[in-house]
Design a binder for this molecule. Structure first.
Ligand code: NAD
Length: 501
């Protein structure tokens, strides 16, 4: 089949699909390796069109009452609940993750929609009367305007849903630039939001690559940029968009550590860590990719992890029997295979090797089986680099102090977890670990929607985390009003006004 005969994943601009494009990308089915459809790549002119539609949408939407805005969110919530499996199937077909996992990501995104249904409460300001004699003050929060979201391949539904439900509930218009690797879920979002009553132009989707991103980051009509992806691109997005006067939150990569203390229950820890390391083939920003076993925990943990690895059923995400699907692309698979070779070359002990895995009837799929390295040391590339695949590395330390030093000296600070049965050690870890999200006997501490999500160090550029209160703050600007209603003239005063006059 030639690529021109394939279905084209379109943009969503002003409430309709727009398919014309002079450049395209290929979207593959990771379980078969076949090109399944192509995706339009936006030009600067397409971006101009989307921004114009969003500006028009913003003019109407931002003037609607809070009740009308949250009503749309409530209706959208009902549609997503009813059609979660449809969305999950689209995700599995392009990302490769299991259907169960895809349903889980839709559910976690839905929680932000539910939070956004009640955003009116968080948009209230503060008031104080008599701040001066006969003078009152109150504060407001108003939408920023056109907000942009640029998102990664690994959560094609959930990560956009960290952004647009709150952006919209706060009165903004939104332009989503999803990953070109799995773009189709974004169109369902556009269509379902329209069905829920969102006016045309308030939510738009621009498909594409760096050309679209650059046009968005530098566009004078864009007020804010939310980004989630790898650290080098997060840094570039932050630097470029702030230089163009936008407010930016840019979440980057991760190397999440799990510290396992000798007093931890080894089986509980191994179950949790294996799920977090190999679920979604390790392609989660909250995946545990480095385990630090303290003291006597090491040998028993390594054996317990091996047993979990041996039990993982790798296969197409759409098959009920699969625990883990393929990598998203051939390039992603090759990167993981190369990382394993590098680890072997650097002298780490490869206890389980997922290279060369084949899956019956899916010879061309992008497979790598779950892999496990032991006795990894901090200077090795498999420790320093984010690999983003089903590769777990085990480091060993003598003490808790050495373990927390590893966590804190790592370039990334997205999440970190500890497994222990001792409350004081857990409390010490919580207090000292330099990461934005901490798990205590919990491997993937993805906060609920009413908390905020974000990391430290090179896992976040910008100040505000996503969703929760910080999301509302990001998508609104503050305004303070000071007013008086004088009954008589008091004459001109040229000194600086204070409340004591
Ligand atoms: P990526 O950085 O390659 O792509 C993210 C987005 O940026 C995509 O929309 C892509 O089209 C765009 N992009 C890519 N290269 C670009 C370039 N040169 N110029 C402009 N735009 C560009 O990330 P990915 O591979 O899609 O996703 C995986 C990464 O995302 C991992 O590093 C993972 O840790 C990270 N991630 C982080 C979080 C978090 O919460 N911190 C969550 C999910 C994923």
């Amino acid at each position: 089949m030639t690529t021109t005969a394939l279905e084209t994943v379109a943009h969503w601009i002003g409430g309709e699909r727009v398919s014309e494009a002079s450049r395209h990308g290929e979207v593959t089915d990771p379980a078969t390796g076949a090109v399944a459809r192509r995706v339009a790549f936006a030009s600067r002119a397409d971006v101009d069109r989307a921004v114009a539609a969003a500006q028009e949408g913003f003019a109407t939407w931002s003037e609607l009452s809070l009740a009308k805005r949250s009503n749309v969110m409530f209706k959208f919530r009902e549609l997503v609940v009813a059609r979660a499996t449809d969305m999950a199937r689209v995700i599995t077909a392009e990302h490769g993750k299991t259907l169960d996992d895809a349903r889980g990501e839709v559910q976690r995104g839905l929680e932000v929609v539910e939070f956004a249904c009640g955003a009116s409460h968080l948009l209230k300001g503060e008031a104080a009367e008599q701040v001066g004699t006969g003078v009152d003050s109150h504060s407001l929060r108003q939408p920023v305007g056109v907000s942009v979201g640029i998102t990664p391949f690994n959560f094609p539904a959930m990560v956009p849903m960290w952004m647009y439900p709150l952006a919209l509930a706060c009165g903004n218009a939104f332009i989503l630039k999803p990953s070109e690797k799995d773009p189709s879920a974004s169109l369902l979002m556009g269509e379902w939001l329209a069905e829920a009553g969102l006016p045309d132009g308030v939510f738009n989707v621009i498909q594409g690559d760096r050309e679209a991103v650059e046009a968005l980051l530098t566009h004078p009509g864009v007020a804010s940029v939310s980004f989630v992806g790898s650290t080098p691109i997060a840094r570039y997005v932050y630097e470029t968009a702030t230089a163009h006067g936008k407010r930016v939150q840019a979440l980057g990569g991760a190397k999440n550590h799990a510290v396992v203390m000798p007093d931890a229950d080894v089986d509980i820890a191994a179950d949790a860590i294996a799920s977090a390391a190999y679920g979604s083939a390790g392609q989660r920003c909250m995946a545990i990719s480095a385990v630090v076993a303290v003291g006597a925990a090491g040998d028993a943990l390594a054996e317990a992890l091996e047993a979990r690895v041996d039990a993982v059923r790798v296969g197409p995400g759409a098959d009920d029997g699969s625990d883990m699907g393929p990598l998203v692309t051939g390039a992603a698979r090759d990167r993981v295979v190369d990382a394993i070779a590098a680890g072997v070359g650097e002298g780490a002990e490869l206890r389980r090797d997922g290279r060369g895995l084949s899956v019956d009837g899916h010879d061309e799929g992008f497979w790598v089986g779950p892999s496990l390295f032991d006795r990894v040391t901090p200077e090795m590339s498999i420790y320093r680099e984010e690999i983003f695949g089903p590769l777990l590395i085990l480091l060993r330390t003598e003490t808790f102090e050495e373990a927390i030093t590893l966590v804190n000296e790592n370039e990334y600070g997205n999440g970190a977890a500890i497994f222990t049965s001792d409350g004081r050690t857990a409390r010490e870890f919580e207090h000292r670990a330099q990461a934005g999200m901490i798990g205590v006997n919990v491997p993937i501490p993805v906060p609920m929607a009413y908390f905020s999500f974000g990391g430290w160090k090179h896992s976040l550029f910008g100040d505000l985390h996503m969703h929760g209160r910080e999301g509302v703050q990001f998508y609104t600007r503050g305004k303070v009003v000071t007013e008086r209603w004088p009954q008589q003239r008091s004459g001109a005063e040229y000194g600086f006004p204070t409340a004591h006059r």
